[in-house]
Design a protein around this ligand. Structure first.
Ligand code: NAD
Length: 483
């Protein structure tokens, strides 16, 4: 086993184990090898983690923000120093190619810690004059936050939740996906090494039942989930029982719209990045690629040419551009969607099959002549499968792009400046890219509308979701009572 952690969990500043919990084999999806074994958290461990977080939080919140920020910035520096080691671990755990994990996973996590380390000291309240009296507001942490992660960006998701939570004075109990449990443990160790007091960042392993235990516990004041819409509905409903604050980063079926005046090469780049990066396992992917009819044939020809050149293989090889899907179950699901697209009459341009016989590889796949009613245009595939649809006019494509219950992201490629901004205004999505796709800098808020979620991660917007406002009214004179 190449990646066995010291213990399954991290509680109260130290690794913690209880082998009574369900055994979870961690599998490298490129070859099926078991790289580690962890155990799901037992109720006793869940209790310990929540207790530790509750105990530690008040002292942490009482520090000056610049002191909290200093510790997070130190953790960011440690992550950067160990980026290679962390990236190899992430590649083993997820199967994503090392050329991606070196730049997009731990590095993005370090960005988050740096960003919120610097942001926290700038946060201030308002004073509200009331004549002789006045009021002011305080930004307070929620208390204990629970973070629940998906398997596609384990380290990034852990950091995007932990960094704002901790920076603003909360404690966190984080549950990674049971498919990718390893990097969050590294993050916990690094935070301790950087000086984070015990109890403030805890990691519990397990599947949905452990997540559900966190979602229903009275000690949890705020829940942040990254996952699918069905899980979001369950976690949101559980949070509603306790009227707890939530952030829901959920799935999507985002449109990427290519007008006939677009730069062809850039539009093809956007479509490839927005469908095949991380073997298509990106929530914001532009999986419905609408191409204006006059450009359609040229677009498909260049797209197919570049897609056929994508190098699949061992994700640890720096030359590999696309790795396997994260699990055999995900591969099977993607292959079923490919079959459904064929059966419904979509035209296969390239790909369309499993790649090789070892590991969970699927060929990068393009379907053309896709219509809005086909399953491939309606359901989130979460794999390297692009659906290309034709359109004629701006009004038509806007209406069709918005005709989905999802609203995570959208993209437009055009050289027409006013049209680009008209589209950005009209698209029902949390993020719109113009002549770009899938760039998610820390400074920019990220999240969804409609079924794709509530709340925002990153940017100044994260402050709204990891703090609450207290209003303080100050009476400066005699109390005026009519009785
Ligand atoms: P998932 O919904 O199956 O699981 C997400 C997490 O929720 C896991 O940790 C899982 O153990 C936990 N969970 C499952 N049932 C639960 C319950 N009842 N209560 C509490 N927790 C529970 O999602 P996944 O398959 O791990 O990830 C893929 C999905 O995540 C896709 O839909 C993708 O679009 C979405 N995603 C969204 C974003 C975003 O930022 N919007 C980012 C990455 C992934």
């Amino acid at each position: 086993m190449q990646a066995q952690p010291e213990a399954s969990h991290y509680i109260d500043g130290a690794p913690a184990e209880d082998t009574a919990g369900e055994r979870i084999e961690v599998i490298h999806p490129a070859n099926g090898e078991v790289i580690a074994v962890v155990h799901a958290a037992t109720p006793a461990l869940i209790d310990r983690a929540l207790d530790a977080a509750s105990r530690a939080q008040a002292d942490w919140a009482a520090l000056r923000p610049v002191e909290r920020g200093r510790i997070l910035a130190r953790a960011a520096a440690l992550i950067r120093e160990r980026n290679h080691e962390l990236s190899v671990l992430e590649t083993l755990d997820t199967g994503k190619p090392i050329q991606e994990t070196l730049v997009a996973d731990a590095a993005s996590g370090a960005d988050a810690l740096e960003y919120f380390a610097g942001f926290a000291p700038t946060v201030a309240g308002q004073t509200i004059p009331q004549g002789r009296d006045f009021a002011y507001t305080l930004r307070e942490p929620h208390g204990v936050c629970a973070g629940i992660g998906a398997w596609n960006y384990p380290m990034q998701i852990a950091c995007w939740k932990a960094a704002p939570a901790l920076a603003f004075g909360n404690a966190m109990v984080f549950k990674p996906s049971d498919l990718t449990p390893l990097s969050a443990l590294k993050l916990a160790g690094i935070l301790t090494e950087a000086g984070l007091p015990a109890g403030l960042f805890n990691v519990l392993q397990g599947a949905g039942t452990v997540g559900a235990a966190l979602a229903t516990d009275a000690r949890v004041a705020k829940l942040s989930l990254t996952g699918s819409v069905p899980t979001g509905q369950k976690v949101y409903a559980a949070a509603a029982q306790g009227i707890r604050a939530v952030t829901m980063e959920l799935g999507g079926k985002s449109p990427l719209i290519v007008f006939d005046d677009a730069d062809l090469e850039d539009a093809v780049s956007g479509a490839i990045l927005g469908n095949f990066y991380s073997a298509g396992q990106v929530c914001s992917n532009g999986t419905r690629v609408f191409v204006q009819r006059p450009l359609r044939d040229a677009f498909l020809a260049r797209l197919a040419e570049r897609t056929r050149a994508i190098r699949l293989g061992d994700p640890l090889d720096p030359e590999t551009q696309m790795g396997p899907l994260a699990s055999a179950a995900q591969m099977e699901k993607v292959l079923r969607h490919i079959e459904a697209a064929r059966a419904e009459g979509a035209r296969l341009v390239t790909g369309g099959a499993r790649h090789g016989t070892t590991g969970c590889f699927v060929e990068p796949t393009i379907f053309a002549d896709v219509t809005d009613d086909m399953e491939i245009a309606r359901e989130e595939v979460f794999g390297p499968v692009m659906a290309v649809l034709d359109f004629d006019s701006e009004d038509e494509v806007l209406a069709r792009a918005n005709a989905t219950p999802y609203g995570l992201s959208a993209g437009v490629f055009t050289r027409d400046l006013t049209r680009a901004h008209r589209m950005a205004a009209g698209l029902q999505a949390g993020t719109c890219w113009i002549n770009a796709y899938n760039l998610t800098p820390l400074e920019m808020p990220f999240g969804g509308v409609k079924m794709s979620g509530v709340g925002r991660e990153n940017g100044h917007a994260a402050l709204e979701h990891y703090t609450r406002i207290k209003s303080v009214y100050v009476g400066m004179g005699p109390v005026d009572a009519p009785y």
